[in-house]
Design a binder for this molecule. Structure first.
Ligand code: 5GP
Length: 178
């Protein structure tokens, strides 16, 4: 396990993102922040605690169909509770990898009549992108590595790490996920 982004760096960058978002939505009284479960939860909570603009929150949960056959097909496992028609939507995601999941969700949010839709992603694996996705607020660009921690899991483990780490399966000191 190698720490890629320490806790202090996450905190500092999230404070910067929150200040930017606060400025951009200062005139909005209809902001809905939508998290993608489960990975974005830690980031979303830390980010939203720093915002001063009035907002509502809601969650999506998705899963991909067999990625080897049709990576673009994304299944919604939990849909939104709130209507987003006429609202300013800020989608909050942990990591953008190929971009398929995000593109599907962003298209759906627009289709449902949101007044505006923007994306805030903590991590951007830009080199892995297969479909174009505009990231309006981006925490960090990282290399094409499999990362865990701060909400991100490996088989449901490591989500509670307070930093982002790279899981090196060859390293002798990797803690067992069980
Ligand atoms: P995309 O549709 O952009 O390929 O995939 C996005 C989703 O894949 C993320 O929300 C996350 O659940 C998962 N994912 C992509 N890269 C990583 C990674 O490095 N670590 C973990 N834990 N999940 C990842």
């Amino acid at each position: 396990m190698r720490i890629l982004i320490p806790q202090e760096d996450l905190e500092r960058r999230i404070a910067e993102l929150a200040a930017e978002i606060d400025r951009d939505y200062a005139a909005s009284d209809r902001l809905v922040c939508i998290g993608v479960l489960k990975g974005s939860v830690f980031f979303m909570v830390d980010l939203l605690k720093r915002l001063k603009v009035p907002l509502a929150i809601d969650f999506f949960q998705t899963s991909s169909y067999g990625s080897s056959t049709s990576p673009g097909e994304v299944r919604i496992r939990k849909d939104l509770d709130l209507s987003i028609r006429g609202k300013d939507v800020l989608l909050i995601e942990d990591i953008v990898d190929t971009g398929y999941t995000l593109r599907t969700i962003l298209d759906l949010l627009r289709f449902r009549g949101a007044r505006s839709v923007r994306l805030c992603a903590l991590l951007d694996k830009a080199a892995a992108r297969e479909v174009e996705v505009k990231i309006d607020y981006r925490g960090f660009e990282i290399e094409k590595l499999f990362v865990v921690g701060y909400g991100l899991d490996f088989d449901e483990h490591y989500r509670n790490l307070p930093y982002i780490a790279v899981l090196d399966e060859d390293a002798p000191d990797v803690p067992s996920p069980s």
